[in-house]
Design a binder for this molecule. Structure first.
Ligand SMILES: [Mg+2]
Length: 123
């Protein structure tokens, strides 16, 4: 079973998304800000990270950049969740090192497809 780290500061989004993902059979661990997201990725080595971009303490762009600079975590796929539908924010997400992104509000079926695609054989 794949373990996903969900980094999301909004409690309602976090609860809803984690519950739906667990129902799909994923194991979910949670971080509530960017710094905690980096620390938990280093410590727990999840199979994939779902990273909100707008986060307290450290934003998702900075957190993703740190993960991708560290050889110990660089290969863990990061899917950025951005509230901004603007192309500039998606570009910023990819430049920070996100492997993919999904615009919020999340379209759940498409998000699961992207997760499975990035997990590859690691399901
Ligand atoms: Mg947020």
């Amino acid at each position: 079973m794949a373990t996903l780290l969900l980094v999301e500061d909004n409690e309602m989004n976090r609860d809803m998304l984690s519950r739906r993902l667990m129902r799909r059979g994923f194991e979910i661990i949670i971080a509530v800000d960017g710094r905690q997201g980096v620390e938990m990725t280093q410590k727990m080595k999840p199979d994939l990270v779902l990273m909100d971009m707008s986060l307290p303490v450290m934003d998702g762009w900075s957190a993703t950049r740190l993960l991708k600079e560290d050889p110990a975590t660089a290969l863990i796929p990061v899917i950025g969740l951005t509230a901004h539908a603007m192309a500039g924010d998606r570009q910023k997400c990819l430049e920070a090192g996100c492997d993919d992104y999904e615009t919020k509000p999340v379209e759940f079926t498409r998000l699961v497809e992207k997760i499975e695609q990035h997990l590859g054989g690691n399901l």
